[in-house]
Design a binder for this molecule. Structure first.
Ligand code: NAD
Length: 390
């Protein structure tokens, strides 16, 4: 059992993620110190949290007393104010050199028992941990944005992380009501790796001129049951952010063509058409803008859905094949982290692996590109007549 009063939490970096994580920890009953070296960022976080908690109480999601208590549990500081935190969760800028410097400084300030967690979305946990004298206490805890709303946290042990630290971190986050999955320390962990074809294959279909963005979005939502279409989602995430994640994953996988970024998206970024935040992306968000209309041709829609889904399942299969996580955790990550209507492994079982292999073989035959190579696990399952879930 975790004694919440004794279990003090520090969150370093009071930006989007740090503020959300501090809210989650304080809502779970912990005393939290939220640290930022930038005065404006800290003041902004304080103001934001006050607003969010007030709104939650006005909407009746929490009562007003609890809103006050949660807010009072968070101490806004420009430095840590004690050496006995149980865990420090780092959510500063995504830069390996800066993160390593922070971790090395933290080690000098904090006692040996403190767990060092990082919220990095793309850096190697092992590389960050290498800055510490005790790398065994460093672990990845990858929250999703917005942290208070999205339940998933990917727990990512580095090569040097101690097993007990994994268990302690998992128990803590489970006690916060989070859905935790364990992922291997590899580029993109689970979600940012397995989800790549949702964007990449949609972009490829669009670039080939098979369908416009509205048709692809319509097919994925109406026929596939996804909450948002790939282009709507890229516009929401920001094409600059989405393009950067794809580029990072591509580079970190030594330029594997499966992860190749799209020139169409690169151009949007160059034109500063970032999406919703800039008013224009794949769609135009200005008043009275003329946007493309979907071609609701069922046959075309099915072809689009089947192609993107086969590529997503191939990627999930690769994550299983390369021991990134268990079948269950991969499905949980995609449904809880990015709201997919079904786990991809479960979906593959339902469709039948022979059909998935057939679709991928047809793509490979058509294009002759390595991007469409079939994962060995799918071939093996087809041959054996087996499933992901037996
Ligand atoms: N934004 C997302 O959707 C998202 C999702 C998952 C993970 N992440 C990861 O979370 C981390 C934070 O992302 P963000 O979007 O919240 O960033 P952000 O830019 O909103 O906030 C970062 C904050 O860290 C502060 N900071 C920088 N260096 C510091 C230092 N040495 N000590 C204390 N504070 C410092 C900055 O002043 C800033 O307020 C990154 O590693 C990012 O990759 C982001």
């Amino acid at each position: 059992m975790i004694d919440k009063r004794k279990y003090k939490i520090a969150v370093v970096g009071a930006g989007t993620m740090g503020t959300g994580i501090a809210q989650v920890a304080a809502s779970a009953g912990h005393e939290v110190t939220l640290v930022d070296t930038n005065k404006e960022a800290l003041e902004g976080a304080e103001e934001n949290l006050k607003k969010i908690l007030t709104r939650l109480s006005e909407k009746g999601k929490i009562n007003i007393e609890d809103a006050h208590l949660i807010f009072e549990r968070i101490d806004f500081k420009n430095d840590l104010n004690t050496n006995d935190y149980s865990i420090v969760i780092e959510a500063i800028v995504e830069n390996l050199v800066i993160k390593k410097k922070l971790f090395s400084n933290l080690e000098a300030k904090l006692n040996n028992e403190t767990i060092f967690a990082t919220n990095t979305s793309s850096l190697s946990i092992t590389a960050i941990a290498s800055a510490c004298q005790k790398p065994e206490r460093v672990i990845g805890t990858h929250f999703f944005n917005p942290a208070p709303l999205l339940p998933l946290v990917e727990i990512v042990p580095g090569l040097t992380t101690n097993k007990e630290i994994i268990q302690k971190t998992k128990s803590l986050l489970d006690a916060w009501g989070k859905t935790t999955v364990i992922a291997k320390d590899t580029p993109g962990f689970i979600v940012n790796r397995v989800a790549r074809p949702f964007y990449g294959e949609a972009l490829r279909i669009y670039e080939e001129g098979i369908a416009n963005v509205a048709t692809i979005d319509w097919a994925m939502k109406e026929l596939g049951g996804f909450k948002m279409g790939p282009f709507e989602l890229m516009d929401l995430i920001g094409n600059d952010v989405n393009y950067e994640v794809t580029k990072t994953v591509f580079e970190q996988f030594y330029y594997d063509p499966r992860f190749k970024p799209s020139l169409a998206q690169k151009q949007l970024v160059e034109a500063k058409h970032f999406g919703r935040k800039s008013g224009k992306g794949f769609y135009d968000y200005s008043d009275n803008a003329e946007n493309p209309m979907p071609n609701k041709d069922e046959k075309l829609g099915r072809e689009i859905l089947d192609r993107i889904l086969a590529m997503l399942i191939n990627e999930a299969a690769d994550a299983v094949f390369m021991n990134i996580a268990s079948v269950e955790d991969i499905d949980l990550a995609m449904t809880k982290g990015v709201n997919y209507p079904k786990g991809l492994c479960k979906w593959s079982d339902e469709i039948g692996v022979d059909k998935i292999v057939e679709r991928l073989e047809s793509l490979y035959k058509t294009y002759g590109e390595d991007r469409y190579r079939i994962n060995p696990i799918l071939r093996k399952m087809k041959k054996e007549g087996s499933k992901f879930y037996e």
